[in-house]
Design a protein around this ligand. Structure first.
Ligand code: ZN
Length: 470
């Protein structure tokens, strides 16, 4: 780094972090050639036990070396940051989000139609205008990678946007999915899926979508009343077959056991929601395990719809601090829209979904954490932390849940060889916490520092006596 830039960066850091407070984004060229983090306990995402007093050597954008203090030499020219008492883990991956939805009240007219209050075109225009800020909410929440699991064709632009900006998370995406029907309100210009009904249509649609190079293909298998599942299965088989021939993995929305079973038989690579109507039988678990199917439970999204519509929403302090204030405020609008009369919506019973999560885990199937953020009440940025808490509530350990939010999330992205683990050669996407996330998963909110590709994006100097690294 040239000296002038270094001095300017240092001055900026002093002004922002020293004189005021440091919750600020540190951007630009603040990239040391070699950054060494010492003294923290390391959770590396590989499945290894936590390592106390670890040394992490970051050279440019990658992990150059990592391990115990008595084995990893510290290069003499390195910038060393003392992180005693802290925890280091891989940057989190939210494996299921939708950037065409704001998380606010007006974002799903097919669920609650308030287009007479706020036209959907205005909702979409606002979402698009705020995309850089929305993406930044992820990195400041410790989420350095996200997977957009279906949206209108304009969501392809997200990957370009994110690739070009060091401060934004890495983005993998599906683009428009395939669906047997679209509910009124989501069927217009900004539809997140293409409607297909025959094998020929499905193959044609897959070839057309593949031309835009999505990271995976999404099938939204939500049937309209009166549809015959057997008839629709025919095009699903054709779509998955065509996608696999083109080297595309397929992520499927199918929440009923009998539908999900057929999707797995047809070759689905990822189930993007819990199966929540019946317990999964051993035979299907064995098939999922044998096929390497990834399972994303999204325990929180249904609850949040019910909480918002039933006017019994209780956001965590972290959600209130990190999510968009206007989006949060909109969730309260139902009070005046209904003049205080709550829409009846009982909270979903997650008992079957929770038991299925444990069965999937015990069967050795890889589980990835995803918030389904963008849906009403599921908030971009902090939403993943709430999902992690629900997964622990379902019976997984914090260690297992952190694996799902790091290594397994990277597998959903198709980038397991680059992100999700802290090992030599991997991208230096990492998170420093002030407290132990294995003792309490809520400590993933206790963020001290966020690094992506070796660059410090966020650093709270109040908890680092020796200051933030450049
Ligand atoms: Zn979704």
């Amino acid at each position: 780094m040239d000296t002038r830039k270094s001095v300017i960066n240092e001055l900026l850091r002093l002004i922002v972090c020293g004189l005021l407070y440091c919750g600020a984004l540190i951007t630009g060229d603040a990239l040391a050639d070699i950054n060494v983090l010492t003294g923290a306990t390391l959770f590396d995402g590989s499945g290894a036990l936590p390592l106390a007093n670890a040394v992490v050597v970051v050279r440019d954008d990658r992990i150059a070396d990592i391990g115990p203090v008595d084995r990893v030499p510290i290069p003499s020219e390195a910038v060393v940051t003392d992180l005693r008492g802290k925890w280091i883990l891989p940057g989190l991956v939210d494996a299921h989000v939708h950037f065409f939805q704001s998380g606010g009240l007006y974002t799903r007219p097919d669920v609650i139609d308030l287009r007479h209050v706020r036209p959907y075109d205005i909702e979409i225009a606002t979402i698009r205008r705020l995309l850089p800020a929305t993406l930044t909410r992820y990195t400041t929440s410790g989420v350095t990678s996200v997977v957009d699991l279906a949206g209108p064709a304009w969501t392809y632009g997200l990957r370009r946007l994110a690739d070009g900006a060091a401060t934004l998370p890495r983005v993998a995406l599906a683009g428009p999915g395939l669906a047997p029907a679209l509910r009124p309100g989501l069927d217009g210009e900004h539809a997140p899926a293409v409607v297909v009904r025959t094998p020929e249509q499905a193959r044609r649609a897959v070839r057309s979508l593949a031309a835009d190079r999505p990271d995976l293909l999404k099938i939204w298998f939500a049937l309209s009343p009166g549809m015959d599942p057997q008839r629709e299965f025919r095009w699903v088989h054709a779509a998955i077959d065509e996608a696999h021939e083109l080297g595309l993995r397929v992520a499927v929305h199918a929440t009923q056991l009998k539908l999900a079973r057929e999707m797995v038989r047809a070759g689905a690579d990822i189930l993007v929601h819990s199966i929540d109507d019946e317990l999964i039988e051993p035979e299907l678990l064995s098939l999922m395990r044998a096929r390497g199917v990834l399972y994303i439970p999204t325990l929180g999204v249904g609850q949040r719809y019910a909480e918002v519509l039933g006017q019994q929403l209780a956001l965590s302090p972290f959600e209130q601090a990190m999510a968009d204030g206007d989006v949060i405020a909109s969730l309260d609008d139902l009070r005046w829209l209904t003049r205080g009369r709550a829409i009846k919506r009982s909270l979903p019973d997650n008992r079957i979904a929770n038991e299925n999560l444990l069965r999937v885990h015990r069967a050795g199937i890889q589980i990835a954490a995803g918030s389904d953020a963008g849906n009403i009440g599921s908030l971009h940025g902090p939403g993943l932390h709430r999902e992690l808490e629900l997964m622990v509530g379902a019976g997984l350990t914090p260690t297992q849940v952190l694996q799902s939010a790091t290594r397994s999330g990277a597998a959903v992205m198709g980038r397991g060889n680059e992100v999700g683990r802290l090992q030599p050669g991997m991208l230096a996407d990492l998170l420093v916490l002030d407290s132990n996330p294995l003792a309490d998963i809520r400590n993933t909110e206790d963020i001290v520092l966020v690094m992506k590709g070796g660059q410090v994006l966020h650093c709270d100097a109040r908890t680092l006596p020796a200051g933030c690294p450049d």
